[in-house]
Design a protein around this ligand. Structure first.
Ligand SMILES: [Ca+2]
Length: 319
């Protein structure tokens, strides 16, 4: 126990030692026992400094200075631990947030490292995707990757139909093995040949002003103008693997796609160059822009014989 109590012009310091003796040290240089203890005896001492030394020895050792230092250390260590914990939480939160921006935002499925395999010639196998947009489109950019064994076969890569127009936005490989692009039923034939037996990255864009472009792997092609002045209507149906001749129907086995597809993206805003460049060169696939279709958040349904598999799994289809 220790009590510090000012008394008029003098200082009274009472301290208990290990024998429960209580000493009063006065600034007059005399010490008196307080008489509060059962082992009472009174000391009068003229050597003030000795009592101060005794007192401080008691104070530092017996009355808890060591405990105070220990407590301070524990508090400091505790604070450091709390700061460390806060730092870790902040870092983890940031990492989670960064990761979250790459995850599906529309409830769709993240298809990264997967692909669709169309192994057979059919008129029933397709992937149906419903892009979600509320206003008619004045700009469209499509990007996707595909692989097929066929060099000279009609194949639909991306068929977007609206209620009023079946070929509202169609990327197609003609019997010649060359691409064609159709927007609102206006068709452009290209001289760009689809290479067989390899993965191809292809993009196509159109704006309501008429400009149309095609990109294939490391090359870009100005397709001139597609003379439709209409927007692409809302509530479209997209089929991968089949070509629609009516809204979601009238499929032709001669135009089915046989092979593998992945990384399907559709954007509805201006400036296709930036997203196409990212798509062609960046790994992983594009992270910016507002998607109408995103491979990282894909809402789709399967029909017929379409396989969803890892991008490293072999998709066998007949030669
Ligand atoms: Ca059609």
């Amino acid at each position: 126990m220790k009590i510090f109590q000012p008394m008029k012009s003098s200082v009274t310091i009472v301290s208990s030692d290990t024998k429960d003796n209580i000493y009063m040290v006065l600034n007059t240089g005399k010490s008196q026992h307080t008489g509060m203890d059962t082992h009472t005896h009174v000391h009068t001492h003229t050597h003030t400094h000795i009592y101060f030394i005794q007192f401080f020895a008691h104070y530092y050792i017996h009355t808890g200075r060591a405990w105070s230092i220990l407590r301070a250390l524990v508090v400091v260590l505790g604070l450091l631990c709390v700061l460390l914990l806060i730092g870790i939480i902040v870092l983890l939160t940031k990492k989670t947030r960064d990761k979250t921006t790459m995850l599906p935002t529309n409830g769709g499925q993240n298809m990264q490292d997967q692909k669709f395999c169309f192994p057979r010639h059919t008129d029933t196998s397709y992937v149906k995707i419903t892009p979600d947009y509320e206003d008619p489109l004045t700009h469209v950019t499509l990007c996707m990757r595909y692989k097929t064994k066929y060099s000279r076969k009609q194949q639909s890569l991306f068929s977007l139909a609206t209620y009023s127009t079946d070929n509202a936005f169609l990327l197609f490989i003609e019997r010649t093995g060359k691409f064609s692009l159709t927007v609102n039923a206006f068709e452009i034939y290209t001289d760009v040949v689809s290479p067989p037996d390899q993965w191809n990255s292809v993009c196509a864009s159109w704006s309501v002003c008429g400009e149309a472009h095609l990109w294939l792997n490391d090359k870009s092609f100005d397709l001139g103008k597609i003379s439709t002045r209409r927007n692409i209507r809302t509530k479209p149906i997209v089929l991968i693997g089949q070509e629609q001749d009516t809204y979601g129907n009238n499929l032709d086995i001669a135009q089915c796609f046989v092979g593998e597809v992945n990384d399907i993206y559709l954007w509805g805003h201006e400036g296709p160059t930036a997203v196409v460049t990212e798509f062609m060169w960046m790994k992983p696939s594009p992270s910016h822009g507002k998607f109408l279709i995103s491979w990282r958040a894909l809402n789709y349904t399967l029909s017929g014989h379409v396989l969803v598999m890892s991008s490293t799994t072999v998709c066998n289809h007949p030669a």
